[in-house]
Design a protein around this ligand. Structure first.
Ligand SMILES: Nc1ncnc2c1ncn2[C@@H]1O[C@H](COP(=O)(O)OP(=O)(O)OP(=O)(O)O)[C@@H](O)[C@H]1O
Length: 578
């Protein structure tokens, strides 16, 4: 489909390119003829210098024709192939950027990278060099054989080309083996990219655990596998080329043997003998091209399959059309059960919630109890059954995910900052907000920290935000979410890197600054969220208690004991420090 659509639009590029390629093939046929003619003229006693000059001029003229022709076919055919690659890469990127979280949970980055790089390179070869090989195999071999027969002698032509089809057979046979090895190599390249990506991303962990050895072992194993695959491929190539050359040499031998005899018997001239030798040399490439062509088609098809596989990925969420909607931030969750796609385990069981605009809500509970999952579902990051989440009287399934996320700012636990300036990171949702970045940083209580950094707001955040401390990164992400100006802000345990007092102060400040907006805070520190309008206590995917702080304390149950435990821990901590 990809190729069909492209050819529908750019067939003319190929037509012009192929036309020039054929012209070049025809011109090439005449060069050996001219050379042969020169030899024959030289053999005439008292030859005319003028005839030689004319013939040499003819060669120069043909050579110029070759230069122009080759330049033009390259521009049209290789240009079109690169355009195809460029369009495919963009299409893949536009496609995956629209896919839901499930795709990113499932696919590994290294694998995706290989499909974007080496697979698109492979299909570029299919759309460019393979087309050239096809034309050369067909036209150049036919033209050369006709020229040999017509300009020299048909008998010698047949004798000389006897070994040549063997070259095509060898290329074909080797092509099959090469294809198998190449597929293996592609897989090993993906594996190597994966481990490289993982090792770089997790370099801190590797160092902190002083576990260079384990990682090195895994890396070396993968890299060795990649190396072995490559060597095995090179061996096949290495065997193929000398064999082809051997067959080419055999054809030349045939020409010497039979052609030599013919020259002695005066059946052909010396010029024609030289001509035949050159034509035989010219036939080696189209024969090899035939084998390469099959190779390229096979590899290209494998890569095309891998690319189509990415393009066929669908979001699990069927998005309705984007519509303008009044979004106030009222959420109703009714008997919500949930398991992650392709995972049977229920992580949420019978969740019921009623969140009103302007409320400050807290989700607390043990790790893995389902707090983040509820928050993600509220932002429509994963699909839910109908009738389970209602936003302003509308089922979440009937609202486009993007329009929900336009109104909901979700700040996740692992805050990813781009390698841009702090100012650009904060105003990521809208470039126009750049001059106001300071305001949002103040709201997120990170303004002072930013001013203390040498280049302030113009500091370029290193890869994955390494120039900032964990707490600073978290607050810059909050500032980025605030700049989005949405009706709901969800802070998913994103203040864990600051101390309790700072977390408490930031939340209080936020509440003051963004009145009328719904704030959902997921936190392990109960003290920081005790002023919430409502606190939901999670355990094992269920809500086991709900109410405000006082109501929950009066219950003297799970929340109460969690709170008292943290209070004691804080006291002990203070005494220890003091
Ligand atoms: N993408 C995923 N695929 C499959 N299971 C997942 C996925 N994300 C989370 N889970 C599982 O869902 C359960 C709830 O996870 P969730 O992140 O909602 O917990 P949480 O209460 O937010 O925990 P924490 O306080 O550690 O953030 C966990 O058992 C977790 O293993």
């Amino acid at each position: 489909m990809l190729i069909k659509d492209f050819l529908k639009k750019y067939w003319w590029r190929y037509s012009i390119g192929i036309l020039f390629l054929i012209v070049v093939d025809i011109i090439q046929i005449y060069i050996p003829k001219q050379i042969g003619n020169i030899v024959d003229v030289l053999e005439i006693p008292n030859f005319q210098m003028n005839d030689i000059k004319k013939l040499i001029l003819g060669i120069i003229f043909l050579a110029f024709g070759l230069v122009i022709g080759r330049f033009l076919w390259r521009i049209f055919i290789i240009g079109a192939a690169r355009l195809f690659q460029f369009k495919t890469i963009n299409k893949m990127f536009d496609h995956i950027i629209e896919l839901d979280q499930n795709f990113y949970d499932k696919w590994r980055t290294g694998d995706l990278m290989t499909r974007f790089t080496s697979d698109t390179n492979q299909i570029e070869r299919l759309m460019g060099p393979a087309v050239i090989m096809l034309v050369d195999t067909l036209f150049m071999s036919i033209f050369t054989i006709i020229a040999m027969g017509n300009f020299v002698n048909w008998k010698l032509t047949f004798l000389a080309i006897i070994p040549l089809p063997l070259i095509a057979i060898i290329s074909l046979f080797f092509g099959k083996v090469i294809h198998k090895k190449f597929t293996q190599l592609q897989e090993d390249t993906s594996e190597l990219s994966n481990i490289t990506e993982e090792s770089v991303a997790g370099v801190d962990v590797i160092k902190l655990y002083s576990n260079k050895k384990t990682m090195e072992d895994i890396f070396n194993k993968r890299s060795k596998r990649y190396y072995d695959s490559y060597i095995s491929l090179i061996r096949i190539w290495g065997l193929m080329f000398p064999l082809v050359m051997l067959l080419g040499a055999m054809a030349t031998l045939f020409v010497f043997f039979f052609g030599g005899k013919m020259v002695i018997m005066n059946d052909i001239t010396l010029g024609q003998f030289i001509m035949t030798n050159q034509y035989v040399g010219m036939l080696i490439w189209p024969m090899m091209a035939f084998g390469f062509l099959i190779n390229n088609i096979q590899r290209g098809r494998a890569s095309l399959k891998r690319i189509n596989n990415v393009l066929e990925q669908k979001s699990l969420i069927n998005e309705p059309e984007m519509r303008q909607m009044e979004f106030t931030g009222n959420y109703q969750i009714k008997d919500l059960n949930f398991n992650y796609p392709e995972n049977e385990r229920k992580v949420l069981k019978n969740i019921n919630m009623n969140i009103k605009q302007g409320d400050m809500i807290a989700f607390v509970g043990r790790v893995g109890s389902g707090k983040s999952t509820v928050a993600k579902l509220m932002a429509k990051i994963y699909p839910v059954d109908k009738g389970k989440i209602i936003i302003d009287d509308k089922d979440i399934n009937d609202i486009n995910g993007k329009s929900i996320r336009d109104h909901v700012s979700y700040v996740p636990q692992d805050n990813f900052l781009f390698s841009m300036t702090i100012r650009e990171n904060i105003s990521f949702s809208n470039k126009k907000l750049e001059p106001k970045a300071e305001n949002y940083a103040k709201m997120a209580s990170v303004h002072g920290d930013i001013l203390n950094i040498e280049n302030g707001y113009e500091t370029v955040v290193g890869e994955r935000g390494v120039t900032l401390s964990g707490g600073q990164r978290q607050r810059v992400s909050i500032a980025r979410a605030l700049a989005k100006k949405s009706e709901i802000i969800i802070l998913d345990d994103c203040l864990s890197a600051v101390d309790t007092e700072t977390e408490e102060a930031i939340i209080k400040n936020l509440r003051k600054e963004i009145k009328n907006k719904t704030i959902i805070v997921i936190s392990h520190r109960l003290k920081a969220v005790k002023d919430s309008d409502k606190i939901y206590v999670f355990e094992d995917g269920q809500i086991i208690e709900e109410g405000n702080h006082n109501q929950l304390m009066d219950k003297k149950s799970v929340y109460h004991s969690m709170y008292m435990k943290q209070l004691i821990e804080d006291k002990l901590g203070e005494e220890y420090n003091g």
